[in-house]
Design a protein around this ligand. Structure first.
Ligand SMILES: Cc1ncc(COP(=O)(O)O)c(C=O)c1O
Length: 324
């Protein structure tokens, strides 16, 4: 749905609207779009790359723009640090797409930015990692905040696409239900609303999403993420097969726990601690012997977001302690 209402002169009087607190968006100067996959499409349109080097380890919706525009792509693998295995060339009309995994890979992003001119950083999992100058960078807002959509794009091109504004209201029910009826009762709506984002044209960010994003206390959100992350890491570091530099965490998305155990996920779900799988499609794209396949089946993405304090982290650790 596109917005035919936003450009009309404002009426006066009538009923009172939902009041949301005012403030500033985190990336107020970036291009505001409806989804991260469409931010990727935006870059492909303005840069006209002929081929994209895509990680096997990413979300299948990132293929939508490639298929829509008929841009070729080639998968690449990552190593145990989740860094790209660079056994290929990136030609002048090609680009490398890299995901800042869980918001923990800023060092790799910096290294790649020195090595490659044609680079796209997918910061969908790294909302708080600021874009590097001269690097096309995309953000997805709904992975970090209670919005149904929304994306930011830093484009290094001066070309701007003229776009209609999106409308989010029909994808919003899970967010309202979660307040009135509890998050589990909104889950079915979430799945449906999520599916509405597929093959949705590139549009400007909706007013609803922008308003919500303007009222968020970003400093507090980032602080809670860092604090919860470090609380888990203090205990889990010794059990975690994925080793990373935790000295400079910057509002990461989740705590990634990698172990050989295959029962952790079910044990957590039994206790109503929900952990997503990143990404089910990777199981179709890879063979069982590939590292990405192992990551998909064994990596537990523990929620650490602003809704939680150390008390919930403790509850999670208590469950994990019975298995690890
Ligand atoms: C790494 C990654 N990039 C991009 C996307 C797409 O984000 P959006 O839903 O905003 O298009 C997702 C998931 O949806 C993702 O997991």
């Amino acid at each position: 749905m596109q917005n035919q209402y936003s450009n009309k002169m404002k009426s006066i009087g009538g009923y009172l609207e939902l009041q949301l607190s005012g403030g500033e968006e985190f990336y107020s100067s970036l291009i505001k779009l409806n989804t991260a996959r469409n931010a990727f499409e935006y870059i492909l349109k303005v840069k006209r790359y002929k081929l994209v080097h895509m990680p096997y380890y990413t979300c299948n919706v990132m293929l939508e723009p490639l298929k829509k525009l008929g841009v070729q792509f080639q998968y690449y693998t990552i190593d145990e640090h989740m860094d790209p295995v660079l056994d290929f060339e990136v030609g002048p009309q090609e680009c490398l797409l890299y995901t800042n995994y869980f918001g923990l890979k800023q060092d790799t992003v910096i290294r790649l930015s020195k090595q490659f001119e044609n680079l796209i950083i997918d910061n969908s999992q790294a909302f708080f990692s600021e874009p590097l100058e001269n690097v096309d960078t995309i953000y997805s807002c709904r992975k970090f905040f209670g919005v149904s959509d929304g994306a930011y794009l830093q484009s290094t091109s001066d070309v701007r696409l003229k776009l209609e504004r999106d409308v989010s209201v029909e994808r919003f029910s899970h967010l309202i239900k979660s307040i009135d009826l509890g998050i589990e009762n909104g889950y079915e709506d979430f799945v449906v609303n999520d599916s509405f984002l597929s093959n949705n044209p590139i549009r400007r960010m909706s007013l609803l999403t922008q308003r919500i994003l303007s009222g968020i206390d970003y400093k507090a959100c980032k602080y809670r993420r860092n604090s919860n992350f470090m609380y888990l890491h203090d205990y889990l570091e010794n059990y975690n097969d994925y080793s990373f530099d935790a000295s400079s965490v910057n509002g990461p998305m989740v705590y990634p726990l990698l172990t050989s155990s295959t029962e952790i996920r079910n044990k957590l779900i039994e206790k109503r601690i929900y952990v997503p799988t990143y990404w089910p499609n990777v199981l179709e794209w890879t063979t069982k012997r590939m590292y990405e396949h192992y990551l998909t089946t064994h990596l537990i993405a523990i929620p650490i977001d602003h809704r939680y304090t150390h008390s919930e982290m403790k509850r999670i650790l208590n469950v994990l302690k019975t298995i690890l």
